[in-house]
Design a protein around this ligand. Structure first.
Ligand code: GUN
Length: 263
């Protein structure tokens, strides 16, 4: 939307990746919400809790027997084409410790890789203390629904310029990806969205915006639900790195959204 202001943080961006062992101090009303909903810090920033994981298992649409093309590289197939993830290089030890799958025997893992839970749903919260969700993509399509507050989303349509991309060494050619940005909020008259969809393979980042007349320290935060189809798995998740951001975008665009990279 060209009528939106430039992409600038409204609350100070985090200086480091979230320290999962020491969550930020939140004001009482947000601490209470976090406790009531049982939210945990998310590796992207913000807080989340998985509220549903459909036990129905469906064939994994991303599964390919030839998926591994290079050490630590996984080829995956989104709704619009193949892309790849080099997960081991970007997950911290802390992230790996969170992975529930590890330590399973190989055969069970392969069987599991051929299916996925049909869907998963989470709550996701941004607060002034943890005001942004860092650049990442997911293989699955994500349906977002607003509950509270206001924020801005930024989408990079990377999948449209890497349709059969199966290596993590670069972005094909000189083509640049389109950026899309919109405000999510309750002011529908002003074009703010209550629901928004992000297709698999597109990069997404988000940040908290003030609602209007609220005082500093009294912000309600941005609370949403996200449903991923098929269900979320860590191996479908891929953080953006600065090299790819710079390859995907024109320099002025990259400069405008670099602050949303995971620290
Ligand atoms: N575990 C860590 N991140 C996520 C996520 O985004 N969705 C779900 N369902 N589980 C997660």
């Amino acid at each position: 939307d060209p009528s939106l202001p430039p992409l600038k943080p409204h609350y100070p961006p985090p200086q480091n990746a979230p320290d999962l062992s020491s969550p930020p101090q939140e004001p009482p009303h947000l601490a209470s919400l976090i406790k009531t909903l049982n939210l945990q810090q998310h590796i992207e920033g913000g807080y989340f809790v998985e509220t549903d994981r459909d036990p129905w298992r469906i064939p994994n649409p991303f599964y390919r027997a030839d998926a591994t093309t290079a050490p630590n590289t996984t080829t995956f197939y989104t709704s619009t084409g193949a892309v790849s993830a080099d997960l081991s290089a970007q997950l911290t030890d802390q992230d790996k410790a969170q992975k529930p799958e590890e330590g399973k025997e190989k055969e069970g893992e392969e069987d599991k890789a051929k299916t996925r839970n049909a869907s998963t749903t989470i709550h996701y919260l941004l607060t002034p203390q943890s005001p942004q969700g860092a650049w990442h993509r997911n293989r699955g399509r994500t349906i977002h629904t607003l509950h509270k507050g206001r924020g801005r989303y930024v989408i990079i349509h990377a999948d449209e310029i890497m349709p059969s991309y199966d290596s993590h060494y670069g972005v094909a050619g000189d083509r640049k990806a389109k950026i899309e940005t919109f405000v999510v909020g309750h002011d529908t008259e002003r074009g703010e969205r209550l629901q928004w969809i992000v297709e698999g393979g597109k990069y997404k980042a988000s940040f908290l915006l003030p609602v209007g007349d609220e005082k500093e320290g009294e912000e309600e935060g941005l609370l949403i639900s996200e449903t991923v189809v098929p269900g979320f798995e860590y191996e479908d998740h891929d953080f953006m790195r600065v090299e790819r951001l710079e390859a995907l975008l024109r320099k002025e665009q990259a400069d405008e959204v670099r602050w949303l990279l995971r620290r």
